[in-house]
Design a protein around this ligand. Structure first.
Ligand code: GLU
Length: 470
């Protein structure tokens, strides 16, 4: 039974990189009919916040990355880590260390001065025949893992291939702090063991921790999971992706109007490929996903490609769904749609022209609130010869059958009768109705806007014609 996990620390938002790790872990579990577990690694009490935890859960839920177990919280499992640490101490595989911060700092300085790599010197490590110092009174010790001093640790990373590290490179790391809270490496080990994790899929910033974790697992007699370290994500400039590169949090993309399926598709493809498939469903991804196809090289984040994908998914989404999704954007902007044309019909007209929900909402405005053009705008686009044509058109609009073909014919005939090109009539008409020249074709736009509203708007904007022409 495959069991994977996503183990974020609630110390920030759900980052694009974290979301991709979660997606790969989730997809791997789904593909193998296994389970996906969510674990909140909240032992950094200074940096962990409830707000960040909420943002992570909200981001995962929005993406639809559902978990089968959890969330587990490390801070609710302290007794378990303490018990396991005691078990290791009793077996002679871990020990109390009473060295003070100052002492360790002095040690590091001396090592640096000698040109050595700073490391714990084993002063409290029990050895046969060694006499340990008396524990200083009143000092609460940390617990250190007794790392093997000989030999090496090897594992086969499912993405990076074989990795071997000599034990002489690893010192005796602290596993339990003096206050009884585990360090990162120990919490992960106990949890991966207790939670029966078979495959650890995570960012390759953790690859150096893996040999340490394997040593502790071995000391516990626990099974060693398989490891897959996913290369990091870079910005367009080759630097590690960060806020400097723009939006990096999943919820920022949600708020800017990206569809979850577009972001998932993009993240799936970021550092993994299946032939030259660029656009695929989540089901296809789960079917195709294999760790051996994850790239060994860091991926580069390409915002334009994500936007392109979003555009494709917007086109495919139903008008009703998109209408529901843009309502909150419109509400935030104080736009009420009840008294205007049906929102889904407006969406149908606009969705091919935009790449985000935010843009879709912005484009839909014009149907629900008239924006008057400035006299300067009008003056720039209005020729005196268009005035009588506009007046005729206004009269025609009062009686023409209100459907697309008839509206189109009316506009064309009116322009022709006055010797105008279509744009010479159409552009000032757009300005009068919408305060903008950027609208979909007039026949469709008018059809959606409706006769009453069209005439009402013309009446409201008409006096501007006089002032512009002066
Ligand atoms: N909590 C760690 C992090 O946020 C992840 C640890 C892991 O996946 O082993 O980076």
């Amino acid at each position: 039974m495959v069991r994977t996990r996503f183990a974020p620390s609630p110390t920030g938002y759900l980052h694009i990189g974290g979301a991709r790790t979660a997606l790969y872990s989730w997809a791997f579990a789904r593909k193998h009919g296994g389970q996906f577990i969510l674990r909140i690694e909240d032992t950094d009490q200074e940096r962990s916040t409830l707000e960040s935890e909420r943002a992570i859960l909200e981001g995962l839920a929005w993406l639809g990355l559902t978990w089968d177990e959890g969330p587990y919280y490390q801070m609710q499992r302290l007794e378990r880590y303490q018990a396991v640490a005691r078990q290791l101490i009793d077996a002679g595989l871990a020990y109390y260390c009473y060295a003070s911060k100052e002492e360790l700092e002095t040690l590091r300085e001396q090592q640096r001065a000698r040109g050595e790599k700073p490391r714990y010197d084993g002063r409290w490590r029990p050895e046969p025949g060694k006499r340990l110092p008396e524990p200083p009174p009143g000092v609460r010790p940390v617990v250190r893992f007794r790392n093997p001093s000989e030999g090496e640790v090897s594992f086969h990373d499912l993405i990076k291939g074989p990795i071997t590290v000599a034990n002489s490179e690893l010192d005796d790391l602290v596993i339990l702090r003096a206050d009884g809270v585990p360090t990162y490496n120990f919490g992960v080990v106990v949890d991966d063991w207790d939670m029966g994790i078979t495959h650890v899929i995570r960012g390759d910033d953790h690859v150096n921790n893996t040999p340490r974790q394997i040593n502790i697992l071995k000391a516990l007699g626990a099974p060693i999971p398989q490891y897959a370290h996913v290369p990091m994500i870079l910005g367009h400039d080759g630097e590690r992706l960060s806020k400097r590169h723009g939006a990096v949090s999943v919820l920022q993309y949600r708020d800017a109007g990206y569809l979850p399926e577009a972001l998932l598709n993009y993240l799936a493809r970021l550092g993994w490929g299946h032939g030259d498939a660029e656009k695929f469903s989540l089901d296809e991804f789960v079917r195709w996903f294999d760790l051996k196809d994850v790239s060994h090289a860091p991926a580069r984040f390409d915002a334009a490609k994500l936007t392109w994908l979003n555009q494709q998914y917007l086109r495919e989404a139903t008008d009703e769904r998109l209408a529901g999704l843009i309502l909150p954007y419109l509400a935030r902007q104080g736009i009420h749609t009840e008294r205007g044309p049906e929102l889904a019909a407006v969406v149908a007209l606009l969705k091919e022209r935009v790449s985000t929900l935010e843009e879709l909402a912005d484009a839909a405005h014009i149907f629900y609130r008239q924006v008057l053009p400035t006299p300067e705008q009008l003056r720039a686009k209005l020729e005196p010869a268009a005035l009588p044509a506009l007046a005729d058109l206004r009269a025609g609009l009062a009686t023409v059958p209100w459907q697309r073909a008839a509206l189109d014919a009316l506009i064309r005939d009116t322009a022709q009768a006055h010797g105008l090109k279509l744009g010479q009539l159409g552009i000032p008409l757009r300005l009068l109705l919408f305060g903008s020249t950027q609208t979909p074709s007039l026949d469709l736009t008018l059809e959606r806007l409706g006769r009453d509203e069209t005439l009402r708007r013309l009446q409201a904007a008409w006096p501007l014609l006089q002032t512009s022409i002066g």
